[in-house]
Write a protein that binds this ligand. Sequence first.
Ligand SMILES: Nc1nc2c(ncn2[C@@H]2O[C@H](COP(=O)(O)OP(=O)(O)OP(=O)(O)O)[C@@H](O)[C@H]2O)c(=O)[nH]1
Ligand SMILES: [Ca+2]
Ligand SMILES: [Mg+2]
Length: 731
Amino acid sequence: MATPDRRVVSRPQRPGQESGQKPKGSGARLHPLDSLEQRETQEQAPGQLVMLRKAQEFFQTCDAEGKGFIARRDMQRLHKELPLSLEELEDVFDALDTDGNGYLTPEEFTTGFSHFFFSQNNPSQEYAGEQVAQHHEEQVYQSRGEEGLGDMDEDEEAQFQMLMDRLGAQKVLEDESDVKQLWLQLKKDEPHLLSNFEDFLTRIFSQLQEAHEEKNELECALKRKIAAYDEEIQHLYEEMEQQIKDEKEQFLLKDTERFQARSQDLEQKLLCKEQELEQLAQKQKRLEGQCTALHHDKHETKAENNKLKLTNQELARELERTSQELQEAQWQLESLQQEACKLHEEKEMEVYRVTESLQREKAGLLKQLDFLRERNKHLRDERDTCFQKDKAAKANAAASKASWKRRSGSVIGKYVDGRGIFRSQSEEEEEVFGIPRRSSLGLSRYPLTEEEPGAGETGPGGPYPRPLRRIISIEEDPLPQLLDGDFEQPLSKCPEEEEVSDQRVQGQIQEAPPLKLTPTSPRGQPVGKEALCKEESVPSAPDRLFKIVFVGNAAVGKTSFLKRFCEDRFSPGMAATVGIDYRVKTVNVDDSQVALQLWDTAGQERYRCITQQFFRKADAVIVMYDLTAKQSFLSVRRWLSSVEEAVGDQVPVLLLGNKLDNEQEREVPRGLGEQLAKENNLIFYECSAYSGHNTKESLFHLARFLKEQEDTVREDTIQVGRPAKQKSCCG
Ligand SMILES: Nc1nc2c(ncn2[C@@H]2O[C@H](COP(=O)(O)OP(=O)(O)OP(=O)(O)O)[C@@H](O)[C@H]2O)c(=O)[nH]1
Ligand SMILES: [Ca+2]
Ligand SMILES: [Mg+2]
């Protein structure tokens, strides 16, 4: 049976059921009301039937939950049905609960009910029923009768009181008015029933007293039971409370654990969410930043676009203007080109005419020289003989001193005495060693004889008062300091060259026309000497003319190389070059005549400032080093940078490693030369002036390169606006 707060409480046992015995009576368990119905089916008086039905109704009213028994508090439900107060209902409950277990079974209820309302015999029972009915009437009546109560006399009062005292009603009855009234009524109406009534009252009161006593006992027992029950219930309650508390604690514990776990989960989730939120916030900030930046960039881009549009329009206008100017410039250029070509041709013609006239002049001079020599031969005096003796003695002495001075370079006739800006090495040696050196051109203080380049003779009257001046000019590239003032330049040339030129000139003397005045170049300067090689001397004007400057440290073999290239000869005893020397050689490259103006510079440091001047208008530069002298290779970089300073890197450069014949004395590996050439975009050859290896090939390569470069420039110049393609030197 479930209690209101849903706890399971064991059903109250009827006496005899505690031990688990089955209630006495029928075998199968019957529902309590079934027994009532069974009883109804037995012979029952109609009045009893009514009573039983009434009892069933009352039982069902009380046992609303259908528990099958009535508890104390269920009894109170009859309060509405019966005109009984709660106390009276309590009394009735106690009277009906024969086994005092605190619960009324249907049997107890109907049995008690019938006893309570009907007496043992029928009349009495009817009587009791009537009584009940009368009781109702009396109630009504009473309310009406109470007004008449006052007419009871004293005897009757005394009799009634006696009766009450005899019956001991005071213990039992609280309010005697009803009984009094009934008694009076009976006394008046039915005096013969008075004795019955008094017997009835006696019985009732004794029963009431018994019942009262029983009740008291029961009450005590009940109280005890209740107390026990209360204790038990209290105990149960406490247990339940304890259980509830434990369960609550467990539940709370579990709840707490679950709550803690849940709260940890939630905390972690919260943390994750917070982190995600932070990340999202950072992402949002970043995106906002990017957005503003993009926005900013957009404005900037817009502004730039507008500027670019404007610039574009300006450039378009500028381009249009420039193309017009270019068009005009092209026309002007073409006309200038034509003029330049004409001028160039005229100039070349001029150069060759001058060269021709120079040749003739030289032929004339040499002719005079020969004449003078002829004359000289016949003139002799004692001074000559004693001079000869002195000279031989000094020569021996000097030979011993100057034996350490192995080399002699080529001496060109360009030294200036007196106000001299520079002097030739030969004069320096003369001072130092007292050896009169021949000047290079052969016309020196002491005239030369053919057979022996060393033997010097003087002319009549001793040494010439003033040596003839060799005319050297820089046709295309005047040396400013040489052009200042009216200096005189002695003629000088190394004897061998002079012999060669003699031969050359000899060879040509027959052809040369009579000597004219010394021709002058456009700047009014005497023009330079020309060394035309026999095999290549060509009467017609060349197609191309290139100026090539030859640089490199002293004694690397520049002059010897040029001699080999121009005259195909090698002279071991070359004197050091003084200042600068100049040769022209015309070669045939791809069926066109290319004249090469070869400027031979002095490698010695002291002439550096002079040689620098010659770089300006060079079409190409040749840098030479001696592969048996490491120092000369280390200086190449310096030569390259001074060339670049003077002419930029537009000029092709040929790098030559000379003295290849001296392989056993090599100090510079070929790879180093190749590497340097590659780094600086140079044409590279190893050669030997001595053996002639690669002397022609290297210069032909350079000439071909220059020619192709010029052709490219011409093509580009003719085609409008196409930039000249600078070919790399080393192909
Ligand atoms: N073995 C060998 N000796 C050479 C070669 N070329 C030049 N010589 C010698 O090296 C010395 C210097 O030669 P030059 O031609 O005067 O040298 P340079 O570069 O003109 O000297 P500077 O005029 O002072 O700049 C001379 O004694 C030459 O005989 C060569 O290819 N092989
Ligand atoms: Ca009972
Ligand atoms: Mg030289």
